[in-house]
Every structure is written in structure tokens, then in C-alpha cells.
Design a protein around this ligand. Structure first.
Ligand SMILES: [Ca+2]
Ligand SMILES: [Ca+2]
Ligand SMILES: [Ca+2]
Length: 191
């Protein structure tokens, strides 16, 4: 970005030639530089929105091309750091366990929360859940709750249990669903 100040002295004269400097940066860290003619540049590649999403610079413009004896004025420059997708989602736990009653379907089994340090509620933050193993029969589905970034694991169909499952395996399953044993639930694709 370029900063411009005006000076009502005669143009082209040193009295109206303004030189710019940064006199303060909040939060501190020496992230930006300004050229004498007012172009603000990012100095450091360490800009990290997850650490600081906004910087406030105090910029001084001084006539006489910055030479001693000139008049100066300061102004404030606010720089917003925009988010990029530089954090992977993580799940809170390695293993989840839930229970559902047998002979039910269309019910929520459990919610699995993904954590992501990127900008909340943006697509950089919202996780996509996939069941990577254990759902060969297609009983389950998982979708994201965009408000909480939780994967909602649903038991979609148990109605076909009598033909597809033996009742015993369903009862066992109904009592004790371990995601890592029965299902591996992981994140796939873009986060
Ligand atoms: Ca970052
Ligand atoms: Ca992310
Ligand atoms: Ca980010």
C-alpha cells in the first residue's frame, strides 16, 4: 500500500517533499517497512494471522524530505492479515466410543469435533469428514455441522439388519460402538 500526505508548500520544492517513516508498530515485531516515498511493504515472512490478525502502524510524514527542521505529522495505518489455510484439522481424540439402541435407524450416534486454528466459520476451518473404513455395508454416514465443526455420525439404516446382519452382531454393536474397531473415522480431502 502507498501512503500519501499533502503539503500546501510549492510542489517540486524540498519544503513540500515528504519522507515517510514508521515510528511505531502494534503489536511489535518489525514486520513492515516503509520507503521514503510512502510504500508500505511486508518485511518479514513471519506474518501469521493465528498470532496477530491486525497491525496498527504509526507512520510519520515529514517535509524537507525528512531532513532536520522539517514539519511532521503522524497518521495511523491499520493492516488486516487475511487468513490462508495453513493449519490442518485435528480430532480431539484418537478413539471414540458410542452406543446406540438396536433396531433403530436415522439416529445420531455421536459427534466428533475437529479443531482447526484457521479462521472460524471459514472454509479454511470447516472440516470434511469421511468414513475411511468399516462402513462397507453403508449403514453409517457422516456430515459436518458447520456451526460447531463437528462430524455427525449417523446410523442411516438398521432396518435391513435382519437380512444384512445377524442379530447378535447388531446387539453387540448396539451396546458398544468403538470407532477404531468398528469404524475408522478420519478426515479426508481438503480441510
Ligand atoms: Ca498461520
Ligand atoms: Ca485449516
Ligand atoms: Ca491460517
Amino acid at each position: 500500500m502507498k501512503i500519501t500526505a499533502t503539503d500546501s508548500d510549492e510542489p517540486g520544492n524540498i519544503n513540500s517533499q515528504i519522507a515517510y517513516t514508521i515510528v511505531d508498530q502494534q503489536p511489535p515485531g518489525d514486520m513492515f517497512s516503509i520507503s521514503k516515498d510512502g510504500i508500505v511493504r511486508v518485511k518479514s515472512s513471519a506474518l501469521d494471522r493465528e498470532t496477530a490478525d491486525q497491525y496498527t502502524l504509526t507512520v510519520k510524514g515529514q517535509d524537507l524530505n525528512g531532513e532536520p527542521g522539517g514539519h511532521s505529522a503522524t497518521s495511523t495505518v491499520v493492516i488486516n492479515v487475511q487468513d490462508v489455510n495453513d493449519n490442518l484439522p485435528t480430532l480431539e481424540k484418537v478413539e471414540y466410543e458410542g452406543s446406540i439402541e438396536e433396531n433403530t435407524e436415522g439416529v445420531e450416534v455421536m459427534r466428533i469435533r475437529a479443531k482447526d486454528l484457521d479462521l472460524e466459520a471459514s472454509e479454511n476451518w470447516e472440516a470434511v469428514f469421511d468414513i475411511v473404513r468399516g462402513n462397507e455395508a453403508g449403514y453409517f454416514s457422516i456430515k459436518t455441522d458447520p456451526a460447531t465443526n463437528e462430524g455427525i455420525l449417523m446410523l442411516d439404516k438398521c432396518g435391513s439388519i435382519e437380512t444384512a446382519w445377524c442379530p447378535k452382531s447388531c446387539r453387540d454393536f448396539g451396546r458398544n460402538l468403538s470407532v477404531t474397531d468398528v469404524l475408522s473415522v478420519g478426515l479426508a480431502g481438503e480441510d
